[in-house]
Every structure is written in structure tokens, then in C-alpha cells.
Design a protein around this ligand. Structure first.
Ligand SMILES: Cc1cc2nc3c(=O)[nH]c(=O)nc-3n(C[C@H](O)[C@H](O)[C@H](O)COP(=O)(O)OP(=O)(O)OC[C@H]3O[C@@H](n4cnc5c(N)ncnc54)[C@H](O)[C@@H]3O)c2cc1C
Length: 419
């Protein structure tokens, strides 16, 4: 039985937890822990897919995570690998280069990735959000032109909605797109600064929401803008609490000319376009949060089964066991909530409020479970020798982005009273 005395060096302490597997130069990785989740998948193909993802996550991703996060290194190679493995395209139609998988399968893949590398899973979810905008609202010509590149992993996307003064209230967007007549419908000249853009400095294209009129609800329009378009710059990455491998920055547009053919949906429908894709995106974040919670639970259970105090395993104390039980219950509820919403979506039923319920439930679970995981590990949980503190830092943002949990409650509450 391993013990974690203060006289052990840091590498030994972590290796003890991981069953003697020395991880990445003495530092622990998530890869040596099993994510022992019982899943009901709709097809044998989906079962094979999940097995492949687990193997890829364990063999290829896990060994890189700790060092990459410590250095805030953008995981370009990891995205390329996911693209090559068909994992950037799962919920989209084969016709456009997609994997034609139900949303419930795609989300379970995101959960598995998040359990190993939350930053990467967030990047995948944001990328899928950008492709969803085009898939749902673009013309067939636009889909044919852009989607295969996005889904093949050649192109990584960013979603440019928020601005410094327009967070929860996106009707405050000030970035302007002014139409100029010309051949082929002319072009829009875009000026303004977007804030908090995930993948911002590394994106190959931006799905941009800009103001085309002063009307609060019908004044926004959506555009697809390749990042090499002249007149685009980005700020330095924000110095964030977590998700260090998912750089977030401002994106600046200075008289950037965007051909009218790159407007997605009708002029003035930008708000509806943004919100329709966000329902699906929130489920991606719920799956990320569930993966983070699952990883923290697995870690805490492993630790509690090995660490001894007062002559017994700490997991044998009811006080610790009850904490683990609550963590397992919260994680299971998070998974059930996102799967329910995903199955509604797959069945073609409305799922907006259920997506908000899933995001609220799963992100609160992630924060609670990761907080308790640090507690179960005691002092070791507060160090970077174990991933508990990283998971704790990564969990918090899931309550904030793609609509804070206060905004999710507004969506849920309003939908209840509309019925
Ligand atoms: C790491 C990170 C990545 C992000 N990635 C992206 C991205 O890729 N693309 C993008 O467009 N944006 C992105 N965002 C922006 C994110 O979506 C916003 O931060 C979020 O929507 C909240 O906006 P805000 O920060 O301006 O907070 P505010 O809107 O100022 O909110 C502050 C507080 O007030 C509360 N509040 C606001 N309105 C209400 C209300 N009506 N009722 C009750 N409470 C309310 C909020 O819940 C919050 O607690 C990202 C943010 C972060 C931190």
C-alpha cells in the first residue's frame, strides 16, 4: 500500500498514487487513471469510437498535458491528430465531411477528452460551435466551400461574439459591419474589437457577430472571416486562472473587408444565429464539465483508497466516503442531464432549456467535485504534483462562458413560465 508521507519526494508521491507508473518526468498525468464510466451507446460503431478515443487520450494526449499546461503551450499537434482521427467532425453530415454521429455520441467523446485534457476539449467544443453556425444557417454553397476544411481538422475556428462591454448582454455589441455596394453583392467593412475569444490567436477563421443596424434585436449579422483577411489582429492571451492551453484573446478588426458572400444567414438575423448555435455549444461545455468532474472523482477515489491516516485508509472514514459519494452523485447527475438534452436534440425535439439545465448542473458539479477532490487529497491536493488543483482551476470557467449560470437560470425560468 502506497503512503504519502511528507518525506517522500514529489515524483514518488505522484507515482504512488498512479500505481507505480512514473508519469512524464516524475509529474503525474491523467492518463494513468481509468475513466471507468458505464455508457449506453446507440451503435457498435459508437462503442468502437469511444474505445478509440480513450486509447488516443491515454496514449497520445495524457503524456503531454502537465508540461503543456505549465508552459501555456497551444496544442496545435493535438488538434491535428484529432482532425486526422475524424474527431473534429463527429456530429456533422457525411455530405460535408462529417462523422454523422448522434450528438449524444459526440458529447461523450468530448467528455472523455475533457477528463484527460480540459483545455483541448474546450477548443474542440468551440470549434464545433463555429461549424454548427455554418451548418445550420449557411447556404449549400457556403457549406460546400467551408465545412470540409473545418471538419477535416485543417482549419480551427473561433467564435467572436463577446465584447468588453457586451458579455451577458450581447445586444451591446459595438463592432460594426458597414455594407458597401460592389460586384457579387459587395462587401462589409468591419471595425471593432471582440473580447475573450477562445482559440483567438491561433484560429484559422472567425465566426463573427457584428452590428449592421442600430436595432437592439435585429441589428446583428453573422459572418465567416478567414484569419488571414487583411485588417485582423489579436491581443496578447489573457492571463487566466486555468485552461492554459486554450488561449483567449481580443480579436481586432480594422476596416476588414468581408465579401457579402461570407455573411451567414440573412442580414439582421445574427442574434438568432448566435443563440441557436449556443444551445448546442452549451451541451459541449456540459460534457467538458462532466469530464472534469469525472477525472477529479477518479483521482480522489484512487487517493482515498491508498492514503492512510490513523492506521487505516482515509476512504474508510465515513466523512471521506460521504464526500466521495456526493461527488459520484453530482458527476452522474451531470452526465444524465447532458445526455437527456442531447437525446432530445437527436430526436429533433426542442432542447434549449434542457441544454441550459445540463450546463448549469454539470458546471456546478465540476466546481463542487473538483473542490472536494482537492480536499480529499489534503495538502497534496493543493500542490501541482497532482492534477486536482489544475482540474479545480479549469472547472470554474464552465460556470461562466457560453452564458453564465445566472443566464442559464434566466433561460430555464423564462421557458417554465412560457409553458
Ligand atoms: C476563458 C474564457 C473564454 C471565453 N471564450 C469566449 C469565446 O470563445 N467567444 C465569446 O464570444 N466569448 C467568450 N467568452 C466570454 C464569456 O462568454 C463571457 O465572459 C460571459 O458571457 C460573461 O460575460 P462577462 O464576462 O462580460 O460578465 P457580465 O455579463 O458582466 O456578468 C458579470 C456578472 O453579472 C451577472 N449577470 C449579468 N447579467 C445578469 C442578469 N440579467 N441577471 C443576473 N445576473 C446577471 C453574471 O452572471 C455575472 O455573474 C469567454 C470568457 C472567458 C473568461
Amino acid at each position: 500500500m502506497a503512503s504519502y508521507g511528507g518525506d517522500r519526494d514529489r515524483g514518488d508521491r505522484a507515482a504512488g498514487l498512479l500505481g507505480g507508473v512514473p508519469a512524464g518526468g516524475g509529474a503525474p498525468t491523467m492518463g494513468a487513471m481509468s475513466l471507468d464510466v458505464q455508457r449506453i451507446l446507440p451503435t457498435p460503431e459508437a462503442e468502437d469510437l469511444l474505445a478509440l478515443v480513450r486509447e488516443l487520450a491515454r496514449e497520445e494526449l495524457a503524456p503531454q498535458v502537465e508540461a503543456a499546461e505549465a508552459e501555456s503551450r497551444f496544442p496545435g499537434d493535438a488538434y491535428a491528430l484529432l482532425g486526422k482521427s475524424g474527431l473534429m467532425s463527429l456530429p456533422f453530415a457525411e455530405r460535408w465531411g462529417g462523422g454523422e454521429q448522434p450528438y449524444e455520441v459526440y458529447l461523450q467523446v468530448v467528455e472523455e477528452l475533457a477528463a484527460v485534457w480540459p483545455s483541448l476539449a474546450v477548443g474542440v467544443s468551440v470549434h464545433a460551435l463555429t461549424a454548427t453556425v455554418l451548418d445550420r444557417n449557411g447556404t449549400d454553397e457556403q457549406r460546400e466551400t467551408w465545412l470540409p476544411r473545418m471538419l477535416g481538422g485543417e482549419w480551427l475556428g473561433a467564435y467572436c461574439l463577446s465584447e468588453a462591454q457586451a458579455g451577458s448582454d450581447v445586444s451591446g455589441i459595438r463592432t460594426r459591419a458597414v455594407h458597401e455596394d460592389g460586384p457579387d453583392g459587395g462587401a462589409y467593412v468591419v471595425s471593432g474589437t471582440k473580447a475573450w475569444i477562445s482559440n483567438g490567436p491561433h484560429a484559422d477563421y472567425y465566426v463573427l457577430f457584428a452590428r449592421t443596424s442600430e436595432d437592439a434585436r435585429s441589428g446583428l449579422s453573422a459572418f465567416l472571416v478567414p484569419s488571414d483577411t487583411p485588417g485582423i489582429g489579436h491581443g496578447a492571451p489573457e492571463r487566466k486562472m486555468g485552461l492554459h492551453c486554450d488561449p483567449t484573446s481580443q480579436v481586432m478588426f480594422e476596416r476588414t473587408r468581408v465579401p457579402a458572400a461570407q455573411r451567414i444567414g440573412e442580414e439582421g438575423r445574427g442574434m438568432a444565429v448566435a443563440l441557436s448555435a449556443l444551445d448546442a455549444g452549451r451541451l459541449g461545455i456540459a460534457a467538458v464539465a462532466t469530464g472534469i468532474a469525472q477525472a477529479a472523482l477518479s483521482l480522489a477515489v484512487s487517493y482515498a483508497g491508498q492514503r492512510e491516516q490513523f492506521g487505516q485508509r482515509i476512504g474508510d472514514f465515513q466523512g471521506v466516503q460521504f464526500m466521495l459519494a456526493d461527488m459520484a452523485a453530482a458527476t452522474g447527475a451531470a452526465r444524465a442531464a447532458y445526455l437527456h438534452a442531447a437525446r432530445l436534440k437527436d430526436a429533433g425535439k426542442p432542447f434549449g432549456p434542457e441544454a441550459s439545465i445540463a450546463k448549469l448542473t454539470a458546471s456546478d458539479a465540476a466546481v463542487k467535485v473538483t473542490t472536494d477532490a482537492v480536499q480529499v487529497l489534503g495538502g497534496a491536493g493543493y500542490t501541482a504534483d497532482f492534477p486536482a488543483e489544475r482540474l479545480f482551476r479549469d472547472a470554474k470557467i464552465t460556470q461562466i462562458f457560453e452564458g453564465t449560470n445566472q443566464i442559464q437560470r434566466m433561460v430555464i425560468g423564462r421557458s417554465l413560465l412560457r409553458r
